[in-house]
Design a protein around this ligand. Structure first.
Ligand SMILES: Cc1cc2nc3c(=O)[nH]c(=O)nc-3n(C[C@H](O)[C@H](O)[C@H](O)COP(=O)(O)OP(=O)(O)OC[C@H]3O[C@@H](n4cnc5c(N)ncnc54)[C@H](O)[C@@H]3O)c2cc1C
Length: 338
């Protein structure tokens, strides 16, 4: 979506429709100004405080308060080809099983999010599917618009879409097309992780969880799969910064959104059961921003290797030795026993 804050997004990593072309947000971060817990203003970049800069790129709000970010910019659009291919749920298993082979030669200009979500009440969709689960391929092609059909048409041909809403638009509109499905103010839980492959077994688990999802008025559950590869996977060294992406071909997410506190337990149980069922298919590293904190073992593995975890704890000890910044996905200073 277009409206999450840039600070938390960047410090955790930052992924989206451009990651296959231009990498994660942190891959494009050049420098930060930060206020330390004892009130000093410092700069962090490759030459000044490089250890801090290493940790700020993925370690979240653990080290200080960042007051400015300097990024490498890329020209995108302004015209792109983007939109949604909406398929009936009963085609989801077949499409998802064929999708990885189909994407093996996908260009970096293709950004793709797969969503299994309740169908919006669009006049282009048959009324009987409104509110029922559908499979949506959310496509953003930022390459030459005239060539986008070469990528989009084969995706549409993976099944028989209920609606093909992909067309020419602007990058700014494409990047906000999902804002409407992320309303403010609801209760929410978020689970997820990296998948080394979109295996048939993982697809079975995800699809089975759709039937098990709680259903309450005004509430909804969505499963997302973000297609990685390209720049985010191939152009950066895993150890170059705290953010981890090693081995990740897809990122899966389960999102529950509801209003009444009385439903909290239902959504928690659904998400917890799904996380457990996905564990054998997922990597131990992950993207900290797109899941709730899952506890000590998760925190130890989310940034990748044990060596990276130790290095983060050592940077934390240097910049926040008393763990004042601890109401976050916490990296404990190395002096604290875990
Ligand atoms: C609907 C929705 C969609 C999302 N989609 C994406 C997506 O497509 N891609 C993606 O990468 N992420 C996505 N996210 C996750 C998003 O990256 C995180 O929620 C991120 O924390 C948002 O940053 P914020 O500044 O708004 O967060 P806040 O809630 O303000 O902060 C979260 C944490 O970040 C730290 N922090 C924030 N600002 C600073 C600062 N200036 N200095 C130091 N630490 C700070 C703090 O630890 C804070 O607790 C999504 C989240 C939601 C709710």
């Amino acid at each position: 979506v277009s409206n999450t804050g840039v600070a938390g997004l960047t410090l955790g990593g930052g992924i989206g429709f451009l990651m296959r072309r231009h990498g994660a947000t942190v891959d494009n971060l050049l420098a930060c100004d930060m206020i330390t817990v004892d009130g000093r203003k410092v700069r962090a970049d490759e030459s000044e405080n490089p250890e801090l800069f290493w940790a700020l790129r993925g370690g979240g709000g653990n080290f200080g308060v960042v007051t400015s970010f300097e990024y490498r910019a890329h020209r995108v659009g302004p015209d792109v080809v983007a939109g949604q291919l909406i398929f009936p749920f009963d085609q989801a298993a077949d499409i998802l099983r064929r999708l990885p082979a189909h994407l093996a030669t996908a260009p970096r200009e293709l950004g793709l999010l797969v969503a299994i979500a309740p169908a919006p009440p669009l006049p282009t969709l048959p009324e009987e599917v409104h509110g029922r689960p559908v499979l949506v391929l959310v496509v953003v092609h930022t390459g030459e618009p005239a060539t986008a059909h070469e990528v989009v048409e084969p995706l549409a041909a993976l099944g028989r879409p209920l609606a093909n809403l992909v067309g020419e638009t602007t990058w700014v509109r494409a990047n906000s097309m999902l804002d409407a499905v992320a309303p403010y103010g609801m209760r929410m839980n978020l689970r997820g992780g990296y998948l080394p492959a979109l295996s048939a077994d993982a697809v079975d688990v995800l699809l089975a969880s759709v039937a098990a999802a709680p259903s309450n008025p005004g509430a909804f559950c969505t499963i997302n799969l973000s297609f990685m590869g390209g720049a985010i996977s191939e152009d950066a060294d895993e150890d170059a910064m705290a953010f981890s992406r090693e081995g990740a071909a897809w990122l899966w997410e389960a999102i529950g959104k509801w209003d009444a506190p009385a439903y909290d337990a239902q959504y928690d149980q659904w998400a917890t059961a799904l996380t457990e069922a996905m564990r054998p298919h997922a990597l131990t590293n992950g993207y900290a921003n797109l899941t709730d904190d899952l506890g000590e073992e998760w925190r130890r593995g989310v940034h990748g290797s044990e060596a990276k975890h130790r290095r983060l704890r050592s940077v934390k000890a240097a910049w926040d030795p008393h763990n004042l910044l601890r109401f976050n996905k916490n990296i404990a200073p190395e002096s604290v026993a875990l």
